[in-house]
Ligand binder design. Structure first.
Ligand code: ADP
Ligand code: MG
Length: 339
């Protein structure tokens, strides 16, 4: 007799959830990215107990129409791509259609949403993949999602969760990066009732960086804007006299997505060679705009790692962009360059 059976939906989703939902910070990342993809200009994130008991994300984006609400929570259900070809030109943060299904598999979710075309919104409650309630509800255009009691049904996962402060710090770290890559969006972060972050959403990168990392960090930066054919790089880099003791503040974004890239980091440091002391490091917030088909974001669900079609092109873009910005610094800053 055969021994193979196909797993039921809930078990399959629990397994998939293990990939996407590691801790509260991963939920916040997915849900905030959904808000950005929905065109939100104001996003508020509230957490309690490091996000383990309560996460609420409110956005003023497109909202979800009533007929789509349940579908949004199915795995591999997405409005962002349709065909295989679409995978080559991803312009949105999400595209796998896994996040809501995964989150709902391991927590208790309440969604309130209204799209432009509908006068009445929808309230949907789903716990451990099981639908509890769907009903009409009055609400403004946009979406509020509340995630309660993360991992309540998977006690084994709870063991890997750190203290509330560590989890809250991880959430803050995720938001810091998203906030500086979207200066056109106003972000608020409220932790256990205390407002921790408030970016203006005025489209100015420096004001977002100021709000996130503070005045002292912001004043050590200079602007960079450089085009090379169809690709470009812009952002802020360290003035040489403000170099830092470590690499922790080197932030790269590809098409607004935070990435870890050795190529970019190597190019940055190469460009600063001779400009800063050995053992000191530049900081940066740099956004590379490249053709979406030349980068593969499909490497891992957390999508931090990327692969480039042509690493050399990326290296050169960062290297020459940074060199160019450093060369335009004024005389006293140039003097520091040659110290
Ligand atoms: P993905 O983002 O990969 O498409 P998700 O599971 O995160 O998958 O979301 C499923 C779908 O639900 C999205 O494609 C989108 O249509 C809809 N959705 C999710 N969150 C929001 C939101 N905040 N505003 C509007 N639509 C949303
Ligand atoms: Mg998503």
């Amino acid at each position: 007799m055969g021994i193979i059976n196909q797993l039921d939906r809930h078990v399959a989703e629990l397994i998939a959830a293990g990939e996407v939902v590691e801790r509260p910070a991963s939920i916040v990342k997915e849900v905030v990215e959904n808000a950005i993809d929905a065109g939100a200009t104001a996003i508020t994130v509230e957490i309690k107990n490091g996000g383990m008991t309560f996460i609420r994300v409110t956005d003023n984006g497109s909202g979800i129409c009533r007929d789509d609400v349940k579908i949004a929570f199915l795995s591999h259900a997405t409005s962002k791509i349709r065909t295989e070809e679409d995978l080559d030109g991803i312009m949105t943060m999400g595209f796998r259609g896994e996040a809501l299904a995964s989150i709902a598999a391991v927590s208790k979710v309440e969604l309130l949403t209204r799209c432009e075309e509908e006068l009445e919104g929808t309230r949907f409650v789903i716990e451990g993949s099981a639908e509890q309630e769907i009903s009409p509800a009055g609400c403004p255009k946009g979406t509020t999602i509340i995630v309660r009691d993360l991992f309540y049904n998977t006690p084994a996962r709870l063991k890997f969760i750190k203290k509330d402060t560590s989890e809250a710090n991880a959430v803050a770290g995720v938001l810091d990066k998203i906030a500086v890559s979207y200066p056109e969006v106003s972000f608020k972060f409220i932790r256990d009732g205390v407002l921790k972050l408030n970016t203006p959403g005025d489209c100015d990168l420096l004001s977002a960086v100021y709000a996130v990392y503070g005045k002292n960090f912001a004043k050590g930066l200079t602007k960079l804007q450089y085009n090379s054919g169809l690709i470009s790089i812009h952002g802020l880099i360290t003035k040489p006299e403000y170099s830092r003791a470590n690499r922790s503040m080197q932030n790269f974004f590809i098409n607004k997505r935070f990435v870890k890239s050795r190529t970019c980091a190597a190019a940055l440091e190469e460009a600063y060679k001779g400009a800063i002391m050995i053992g000191k490091f530049p900081a940066c917030i740099l956004n590379l705009t490249i053709e979406p088909h030349t980068v593969d974001v499909n490497v891992h669900p957390a999508k931090i790692e990327v692969r480039f079609e042509n690493e050399k092109t990326i290296f050169d873009l960062v290297y020459f962009g940074v060199k160019n910005a450093l060369s335009t610094l004024k005389a006293p800053e140039m003097a520091a360059l040659h110290k």
